[in-house]
Design a protein around this ligand. Structure first.
Ligand SMILES: *[C@@H]1O[C@H](CO)[C@@H](O)[C@H](O)[C@H]1NC(C)=O
Ligand SMILES: *[C@@H]1O[C@H](CO)[C@@H](O)[C@H](O)[C@H]1NC(C)=O
Ligand SMILES: *[C@@H]1O[C@H](CO)[C@@H](O)[C@H](O)[C@H]1NC(C)=O
Ligand SMILES: *[C@@H]1O[C@H](CO)[C@@H](O)[C@H](O)[C@H]1NC(C)=O
Ligand SMILES: *[C@@H]1O[C@H](CO)[C@@H](O)[C@H](O)[C@H]1NC(C)=O
Length: 400
């Protein structure tokens, strides 16, 4: 167990890590230098999600500072929208963002509007174009059908109360726009991860982000080890080594119980990490299926652990029914776990090697189980045959 705690600690410590993303000079690698909209942009960066790129030039003017901004992202559909905005609130988040949203009009000409994103927007109210406190001039957008990228540019004047050394900015893309009202964006991790805090005042500007990639990985790895690997092994031990003639001391039972206790501890640790990850996305009701199955898994596994105290004695007449119940819950648990691990892969989208490694583990476990199952049946068959032989021999000798 101490090993696993160490793994969790190491991974968790990356939570407190700040990544400093460096700005680069805007060269031809950035899509908006190809759309003729680079303007007087001196610093460019690829943002970490949604294939977004941001370029800006900061002018330390008083009383309001001025920023030229170019933002570009790939549209999910040609009828979709891209958004970039700054949030004067304390956290880099969607609610409270003063946003620029660009989309293709039905006529084909792209346009840029200003939107004040409020808590009502998250509740599902229509997001209508509205004035924002930030001054916006020289808005412009350009769509490239070839690359599917929409690019927008504007000059912003920030009110003095916006702290340019700690500016929260967020970006997003969505699939549709109706009557200048953008539809809700998808609810993948990428869509939730598209926020940052940047520092414009140093002229160059760094970007810092607090990120919980380490915790996500810890959740995934511990879930696979505990629920997805050890727990099925514990089941295999009880199914195939129980009552084995080589095992007169009931070793199988102690091995089964030990493996399941370790699997449960690791699995519950993974679940706890999962709960802490949900803190941020729970307001969006995202990943509901994964969360509900996760809760079911923990409840059923806890029920199974109760077997340690509640199991009827061997001689008890209910013992037979209890065994059926314990096995039924156990197999259902494994089915739920496998479904949820694949749901987890779909959410986290790790490099595909992880998923294939787990599929490999599942296939190996199934092969082991199948082999043991066949050996049980073969043994059963030979025992039967031997007994028949004995019986017919007996009847022969009694006749003669
Ligand atoms: C977009 O940029 C390209 C490249 O400069 C230009 O040819 C095109 O006219 C622009 N389109 C719009 C709609 O501004
Ligand atoms: C672009 O910015 C540089 C330095 O900030 C300035 O000297 C130049 O005049 C600007 N050019 C335009 C076209 O605004
Ligand atoms: C934008 O919404 C915020 C609430 O989130 C509100 O305080 C602010 O006054 C609004 N701005 C404008 C220009 O309506
Ligand atoms: C810029 O500053 C002046 C003076 O404080 C203010 O009246 C004006 O509204 C500000 N403009 C913007 C776009 O914030
Ligand atoms: C702006 O942010 C910086 C860095 O977090 C902080 O030191 C400074 O006090 C802030 N200024 C204001 C006016 O809030």
């Amino acid at each position: 167990m101490t090993h696993f705690s160490a793994v969790v600690l190491v991974l968790a410590s990356s939570l407190l890590h700040c990544i400093e993303a460096q700005w680069q000079t805007c060269d031809a690698g950035f899509s908006f230098s190809a759309t003729g909209m680079a303007r007087n942009i001196t610093h460019c960066r690829r943002l970490r999600t949604l294939g977004a790129e941001l370029g800006m030039n900061y002018y330390n003017t008083t009383p309001n500072s001025t920023v030229d901004v170019v933002f570009s992202a790939r549209l999910p559909t040609p009828q979709g929208w891209i958004a970039w905005g700054i949030n004067p609130g304390r956290h880099p988040q969607m609610v409270g963002t003063r946003a620029l949203i660009a989309f293709n009009r039905p006529s084909g000409m792209p346009m840029v509007g200003t939107y004040n994103v409020t808590a009502d927007t998250r509740r599902g109210c229509k997001l209508e174009p509205s004035p924002i406190e930030v001054g916006v001039v020289n808005k412009e957008a350009n769509y490239s059908g070839e690359t599917g990228r929409l690019t927008m540019a504007a000059r912003l004047t920030l009110p003095p109360e916006y702290n340019v050394s700690r500016l929260n900015h967020v970006w997003q893309v969505g699939p549709r726009v109706a009557d200048m009202v953008p539809s809700a964006h998808a609810r993948t991790l990428q869509n939730f991860d598209s926020t940052e805090t940047i520092d414009l005042s140093s002229g160059v500007g760094h970007s810092r982000r607090h990120y919980n990639l380490g915790l996500r990985e810890a959740h995934g790895i511990l879930s696979v080890i505990g629920w997805g690997f050890l727990l099925p092994i514990g089941v295999i031990v009880s199914r195939y080594f129980r009552g084995s003639p080589i095992d007169s001391k009931m070793t199988w039972f102690y091995v089964h119980v030990t493996i399941q206790i370790v699997a449960f501890s690791i699995g519950v640790t993974a679940w706890g990490i999962g709960l802490s990850l949900m803190e941020r996305s729970k307001r969006y009701r995202a990943f509901m299926g994964h969360r509900i199955i996760g809760i079911l898994v923990v409840c059923l596994a806890s029920l199974q652990m109760m077997a340690l105290w509640l199991k009827p004695k061997r001689a008890d007449k209910y013992r037979k029914y209890w065994n059926i119940y314990h096995h039924f819950v156990g197999y259902s648990l494994i089915a739920l776990i496998i479904v949820n691990i694949f749901k987890g892969f779909a959410i986290l989208k790790p490099p595909s090697g992880w998923k294939w490694a787990y599929i490999g583990i599942l296939i190996s476990l199934s092969c082991v189980a199948l082999g043991l199952e066949i050996s049980i049946w073969v043994k059963f068959y030979w025992n039967q045959k031997a007994e028949q032989q004995k019986a017919s021999n007996l009847s022969k000798t009694s006749k003669s």
